[in-house]
Design a protein around this ligand. Structure first.
Ligand SMILES: NC(=O)c1ccc[n+]([C@@H]2O[C@H](COP(=O)([O-])OP(=O)(O)OC[C@H]3O[C@@H](n4cnc5c(N)ncnc54)[C@H](OP(=O)(O)O)[C@@H]3O)[C@@H](O)[C@H]2O)c1
Length: 351
């Protein structure tokens, strides 16, 4: 397949917020030197993730060698299969795991991306590139939290804090796909959205401190898994969790997200979550952080659920390639319901 020598790509040129450090370059070399097992994908759509703008702002230069092309989630067409199991012309979706843009300089906010074949799966026929582009990172996070770390089994009970975050929304769908009972929190304006994903019970997190609401909630049974899919620094939801997590159950966090360099907040958190012994009032439930990792089998399972219609892709909004800064503005409001997607190829459908 024809592959040009140069391409357009957004690159992170300094440390800081997207609006200050992202630049659209028009003469970036298309990746041609591939390692074994890597392919080149012509990007049709890419989706934004909070981790990418946080790393733009925080990752020191010795970790993230700037300029680099950011972002991870992608759908597109294989244009150089490089002797892998794919062939040129295959439609795929997947991701580049979190450190790859740093190591290789090549994320997916570009017309062509260098990606490991094992991080891609075929695009199901019932899903468009725009829809599929935003699935992998967040659905894998939810999947690995619930079934990997959480060991969730069919018919068990799960609480998703942040049912309208992209991670939370996939967690609801994945838990329902295996027949679990799901209670989810969101603000009142997102109740219908969260219920449409399959949540059996809804809790408005804005009405009262969530732990208080859950303590007084008439639960049929305590939760086997509580997935905190927002990134709260506040420890209250964990500290009171004996009241609503079953003995042997688990509290899983997507990773507390400090605002800036909050040493005191992190020290308090470490005390409550890891250090405080139970005989000194420590919480009698385990607390773990999920860090999403590459696992091809998980991607295949997610693709199967998509193909079977057991989970659906979630798109908040779609932006053109030149409007990436506006797309980051939307993501950084923290109010999106579903993925913020960049359409890279004007030929693909808008939704
Ligand atoms: N550890 C990992 O491997 C990993 C992987 C992926 C993501 N993450 C982290 O997971 C978190 C979620 O990411 P995402 O991409 O899914 O986020 P997102 O889709 O951008 O989240 C937006 C949603 O968050 C909701 N929200 C904001 N504050 C809330 C609160 N206090 N309680 C409940 N809902 C709240 C908003 O709903 P309202 O408008 O109703 O408030 C909005 O719908 C982020 O912190 C991200 O960095 C971690």
């Amino acid at each position: 397949m024809f592959i040009p020598e140069t391409q357009q790509a957004w690159r992170v040129v300094r440390k800081g917020e997207p609006s200050k450090v992202l630049r659209l370059d028009k003469d970036v070399a298309v990746p041609k030197k591939l390692d074994k097992g890597e392919v080149v994908v012509k990007v049709q759509a890419a989706a934004l993730n909070p981790i990418a703008y946080k790393l733009m702002n925080m990752a020191p230069n010795f970790i993230a060698k700037r300029p680099y092309i950011p972002e991870h989630d992608v759908a597109g067409i294989i244009v150089d299969a490089n002797g892998t199991g794919f062939k040129e012309g295959d439609q795929v979706f997947g991701w580049t795991p979190l450190v790859f843009p740093f190591k290789a300089g090549t994320g997916v906010l570009a017309q062509y991306a260098r990606i490991k074949a094992e991080d891609l799966v075929p695009l199901p026929a019932n899903v468009t590139p725009v829809q599929a582009s935003g699935v992998t990172l967040v659905a894998m996070t939810a999947y690995q939290a619930l079934f990997g770390l959480g060991g969730l089994r069919p018919k068990q009970s799960v609480f998703v804090n942040g049912g309208s975050t992209a991670v939370g929304a996939f967690a609801i769908q994945l838990a329902k796909a295996v027949g679990c009972k799901v209670t989810a929190s969101a603000s009142a304006k997102n109740e219908e959205y969260v219920r449409s994903l399959g949540a059996d019970e809804f809790v408005d997190y804005t009405k009262a401190p969530l732990h208080q609401t859950l303590i007084s909630y008439p639960l049929a049974e305590k939760f086997h898994v509580l997935l905190e899919a927002v990134g709260l620094m506040d420890t209250s939801l964990y500290v009171h969790s004996e009241a609503y997590i079953a003995p042997g159950g688990i509290f899983i966090s997507v990773g507390p997200q400090p605002k800036g360099f909050d040493v005191v907040g992190l020290a308090k958190l470490a005390w409550k979550m890891y250090l405080q012994p139970r005989f000194l009032g420590g919480t009698k439930r385990s607390w773990k952080v999920l860090q999403v990792r590459p696992k091809h089998a998980d991607q295949e399972q997610i693709a199967t659920y998509l193909a079977e219609g057991k989970i659906k892709p979630l798109v908040d909004s779609v932006y053109n390639f030149e409007d990436v800064l506006k797309a980051y503005e939307r993501l950084m409001t923290g109010r999106a319901t579903g993925k913020v997607v960049i359409k890279m190829d004007s030929d693909v459908a808008d939704s």
